[in-house]
Write a protein that binds this ligand. Structure first.
Ligand SMILES: [Zn+2]
Length: 152
């Protein structure tokens, strides 16, 4: 059962393409120096095409876009089908099961894929990024608070 262990769908971690719903995230990634492709006018198919052409990890909240991106098994090229969460409980690690909502299974070799690997990472990043942003804008926030307290 080694093959259902944690294996990201896309091993490229250095370059990203962000779908149009994540403008703020794209800006933050760029500020932190990540090679991030973002264009609010991009259509879904452009996101996929550029992601594949430039070997970028696709960051998307769009489940449909994701399932079109990973519709083939990387092991046997079989077709991936979305599976209800309950049905894969015994096939993945507890942590994976608990932290992800969207699972796919290969029709042929039954390898399990899930959506969360990168999304979860990104959520963590966003938290960290927000902390960094807060600390850099700390002075102006303090000023505002000072002004506010003057009038209250
Ligand atoms: Zn397969």
């Amino acid at each position: 059962m080694k093959n259902v262990e944690e294996k990201p769908l896309n091993n490229s971690r250095s370059k990203y393409i962000v779908d149009s719903m994540f403008g703020t995230l794209a800006r933050k990634l760029r500020i932190l120096g990540f090679d991030t492709y973002y264009d609010s006018n991009l259509e879904d198919h452009d996101v996929i095409r550029i992601g594949i052409e430039q070997d970028r990890t696709i960051i998307t909240a769009d489940k449909e876009l994701f399932s079109r991106t990973v519709n083939r098994c990387s092991k046997c090229n079989g077709e991936l089908k979305e599976r209800p969460k309950e049905t894969i409980r015994s096939k993945v690690k507890d942590g994976v099961f608990q932290n992800n909502e969207c699972f796919f299974e290969c029709n042929d070799c039954l390898k399990v894929y899930w959506m969360g690997t990168h999304i979860a990472e990104i959520k963590l990043w966003v938290q960290k990024l927000n902390d960094i942003m807060r600390s850099t804008s700390h002075d102006s926030t303090a000023d505002k608070q000072k002004q506010k307290s003057k009038f209250s």
